[in-house]
Design a protein around this ligand. Structure first.
Ligand code: ATP
Ligand code: MG
Length: 266
C-alpha cells in the first residue's frame, strides 16, 4: 500500500482546494481498494505476418489506493494495458488480478459483470450521450448496469462540482464540465478502480488541472486510479509512474511526494 490518502490529511494540493474548487465535496474516506496485479501478461492481435504483440510479457503490481500514471509513445500498448486491466479485453496469456479477483480467462459475459462491479472508465472524448442531460448521463449507467443508485446522480455531480449543471445537455457544457460528467458517470457504480485514458487530452491546461484534481480526490477517498497519457508532466502527480515501450514495461518509479495538479503544465 502506498497510503497516499493516509499521509495527506493536511496538504494543500489542488484536490483539496478552496471554496470554489470543483471537487470540494469529495470528502469520503474509504479503505484502499482496487489493487492490480499483472503477471506475464500478453495481448496479441492478428496472426502470421500481421501479428502485433501489443503487450509482450507485462509484470506489474499497483497496490490498492495507488495513483499510477502510465507513459509511453503512441502504439506502445498503454490503452491495451488499461483495457486488459479493466476487463474490456481479454489477455492472450498471463494472469490479471483486480480487486483481489483473478479475471484472466473469464468469458466476455463474466468480464462485463466484473466491469460493472469494480471498474469505472474515463475517456479522452468524454463519450456522453448528447440527447441526455448531465444527470441522465449518470443515471443511465445505473439503469443499464443495475449497479449503484440512480438517485445518487445529483450527489455525484456535486462531487465533481457540477451540481448547478445537472439539467444541461453535453452541448451546453464546456469540455472540462463534460469530462466531469463523464467522471461522475464512471463513479455511478462506485468502482474500486478508476481507469482514465488520456482524460486531459482534449482539454486546455486550466481545465485539465481541474480534472486531475478531481481524480486525485477520488484516489484520496481510497480508489485505485490509473491514468494513461502522452504527457510526461502529468506524471508528477502520481505515486507510481510506469513507462511502457513496445508492449513491455520499461520502468516503474515510485515518487515519495507527488506534486499537486497545479504543478502540471502543457
Ligand atoms: N484491435 C486491434 N487490432 C490490431 N492491432 C491493435 C488493436 N488494438 C491495438 N492494436 C495495436 O497494438 C499496439 C498497441 O496499441 P495501443 O492502442 O495499446 O497503443 P497506445 O500506447 O495506447 O497508443 P496511443 O498513445 O496512440 O493511444 C499498436 O501497435 C496497435 O496498432
Ligand atoms: Mg491509447
Amino acid at each position: 500500500m502506498t497510503g497516499r490518502h493516509d499521509a495527506e490529511t493536511t496538504d494543500t494540493r489542488a484536490g483539496t482546494g478552496g471554496a470554489d474548487a470543483p471537487h470540494r465535496h469529495a470528502a469520503e474516506h474509504l479503505a484502499p481498494r482496487g489493487g492490480v496485479r499483472l503477471a506475464g501478461v500478453r495481448k496479441t492481435y492478428g496472426a502470421g505476418d500481421n501479428v502485433v504483440h501489443a503487450l509482450d510479457g507485462v509484470d506489474l503490481e499497483l497496490p490498492a489506493g495507488s495513483f499510477t500514471v502510465v507513459l509511453g509513445p503512441s502504439g506502445s500498448g498503454k490503452t491495451t494495458m488499461l483495457n486488459v486491466v479493466g476487463g474490456i479485453e481479454q489477455a492472450t496469456a498471463g494472469t490479471v488480478e483486480v480487486a483481489g479477483q483473478d479475471i484472466s480467462g473469464r468469458s466476455p459475459v463474466d468480464l462485463a459483470g466484473f466491469r460493472r462491479e469494480h471498474v469505472g472508465f474515463v475517456f479522452q472524448f468524454f463519450n456522453l450521450v448528447p440527447t441526455l442531460t448531465a444527470r441522465e448521463n449518470v443515471e443511465i449507467i445505473v439503469e443499464l448496469t443495475g449497479v449503484g443508485q440512480a438517485k445518487r446522480a445529483p450527489e455525484l455531480l456535486a462531487q465533481v462540482g457540477l451540481a448547478e449543471r445537472a439539467d444541461h445537455f453535453p452541448a451546453q457544457l464546456s469540455g472540462g464540465q463534460q469530462q466531469r460528467v463523464a467522471i461522475a458517470r464512471a463513479l455511478a457504480t462506485d468502482p474500486d478502480l478508476l481507469l482514465a485514458d488520456e482524460p486531459t487530452g482534449a482539454l486546455d491546461l486550466t481545465t485539465g488541472r481541474q480534472i486531475l484534481g478531481v481524480l486525485l480526490d477520488l484516489n484520496r477517498a481510497g480508489r485505485t486510479v490509473v491514468v494513461v497519457t502522452h504527457n510526461a508532466s502529468v506524471a508528477q502527480i502520481a505515486d507510481t509512474v510506469v513507462t511502457v515501450v513496445d508492449g513491455k514495461i520499461r520502468s516503474v518509479e515510485h515518487q515519495e511526494s507527488p506534486a499537486d495538479a497545479e504543478a502540471v503544465s502543457w
